[in-house]
Design a protein around this ligand. Structure first.
Ligand code: HAM
Length: 419
């Protein structure tokens, strides 16, 4: 029997891990610069947390949760997202009692039983932030700009922001009613799921991917016509901030998001070259969630980025891959006896923060040169018996083809000067 990774999961290997590390480091650094501190919550929680938090009618709760009963009879669920767990921790540890504004970031796997395809996995990793306890629209702007900067600095190609406001409990019922009146007329054009959504989760019909549903909602009423004064003023400030700091954004009146806890601002980031699974992140304001989970009224806002999709978008750029994964120097030894001194040079370079590598399979000289070229290294350092006896290596710069003997002592300086 040959075991395989379960459908929707996969193994990740070295060249991709380099990209993962780069994105993770970029995200953590940027979040910390904006005053967010890390929080780590368990991979599973009580099932009820997600039913209440995400919403019983949401697709995630209806169809995508990995729920199991423990031998002790407790129902637990692998987290399908990390916002509800962070709010649970916030309430459980009485952070609301100090009344202070709290800002957390997190990083880790989430689990959804979805139809697996490229860009959509059953185990995937999220990086997210939650700004808890502020109703200021500037907090919305802060999270949007932070997510944008992380994605941009990571190198995500063709990045675009979509934003919308889906109102609050005061104005949303009016919009829901208008949408209901409109959509009931088009019921026969809707997919099976959307027919059910008319009664359970009508807003979700707006962003159904089914072609016939898209056509049906093309001229649906626009949520912006129904926003109350508070929602409108809030959204105006958010848009002002976005206009100033995000070069590529669009108002999308059909953007509603898949989790039920949102109020006011919602947003999503899409990347080019990813096909149908092009959302690399999403978030919004959720002023009622903490209360829904048993805490006091606590207006909050946050986002989560899909790290797997971000890395996928970067992989399409071969250049990026080479730049991130390759050693700077590849050591080639002319004879077997010189492998040990060559290895010493590799270690010395690494200790000086210069990425270096060599052949560990006793390959022929020709094969070592082939590996050096394939590795994407900027320099090849060749160690022959004559060079070794004089404390030298022959340093070849692959970009311009120049070659010169360099003393091992000054190798670091030479490379740094040429880089
Ligand atoms: P979400 O839109 O469900 O939001 O997920 C955020 C991101 O996670 C998506 O944009 C996508 O990049 C990634 N993602 C989701 N499902 C998958 C999957 N099956 N495979 C690969 N990537 C996936 C949330 O989870 C909210 N908790 C975000 C939030 C934080 N809202 C407020 N605070």
């Amino acid at each position: 029997m040959q075991y395989k990774a379960p459908s929707g999961t996969r193994d990740i290997f070295a060249s991709d891990i380099t990209l993962w590390h780069m994105v993770e480091k970029t995200a953590c650094k940027q979040a910390e610069r904006a005053g967010y501190i890390e929080i780590r919550t368990p991979a599973f929680e009580q099932t009820d947390l997600f039913m209440r938090g995400i919403g019983e009618e949401s697709e995630v709760v209806q169809k995508q949760m990995y729920t199991f009963t423990t031998p002790g009879g407790e129902s637990l669920t692998l987290r399908p997202e990390i916002t509800a767990p962070v709010m649970r921790a916030y309430i459980e540890h009485s952070m609301h009692k100090t009344g202070a504004f709290r800002k957390f970031y997190y990083l880790g796997p989430s689990f959804r039983y979805e139809r697996a395809q490229k860009g959509r996995w059953r185990q995937f990793s999220q990086f997210g932030v939650e700004a808890i306890g502020s109703e200021s629209p500037l907090a919305d702007v802060e999270t949007i700009v932070l997510a944008w900067d992380i994605l941009k600095q990571s190198g995500v190609p063709g990045l675009k922001l979509l934003i919308n406001s889906i109102g609050c409990p005061e104005c949303r019922p009016l919009f829901r009613k208008a949408l209901g009146d409109y959509i009931t007329e088009k019921k026969d054009k809707l997919c099976k799921d959307c027919v059910r959504r008319i009664d359970t989760n009508i807003l979700r019909i707006l962003d159904c991917k089914n072609e016939s549903c898209r056509e049906a909602v093309k001229d649906a009423p626009d949520v912006s016509q129904f926003l109350c004064q508070t929602c409108e003023t809030h959204f105006e400030v958010v848009k002002r901030g976005v206009k100033q700091f995000i070069p590529d954004w669009k108002l999308d009146p059909h953007l509603v998001r898949g989790l039920d806890y949102y109020t006011h601002t919602v947003y999503e980031f899409v990347a080019g070259e990813l096909g149908s699974q092009n959302a690399v992140g999403g978030g919004g304001r959720y002023n009622l969630l903490v209360e829904e989970l048993g805490g006091p009224p606590t207006p909050s806002v946050g986002f989560a980025l899909g790290l797997d999709r971000i890395v996928l978008s970067l992989q399409s750029s071969v250049e990026n891959r080479l730049a991130n994964a390759s050693p700077t120097v590849y050591l080639v030894s002319i004879s077997d006896e010189l492998r040990e001194p060559a290895f010493e040079i590799v270690l010395r370079l690494r200790r000086s923060s210069i990425p270096a590598d060599m052949d560990f399979e006793n390959r022929s000289l020709k094969a070592q040169f082939r590996a050096a070229n394939k590795s994407g290294a900027q320099f090849v350092a060749v160690l022959g018996p004559e060079e070794h006896s004089k404390g030298l290596v022959n340093l070849k710069c692959l970009a311009d083809g120049t070659q010169e003997p360099v003393s091992v002592e000054s190798l670091v300086e030479k490379i740094l000067g040429k880089k």
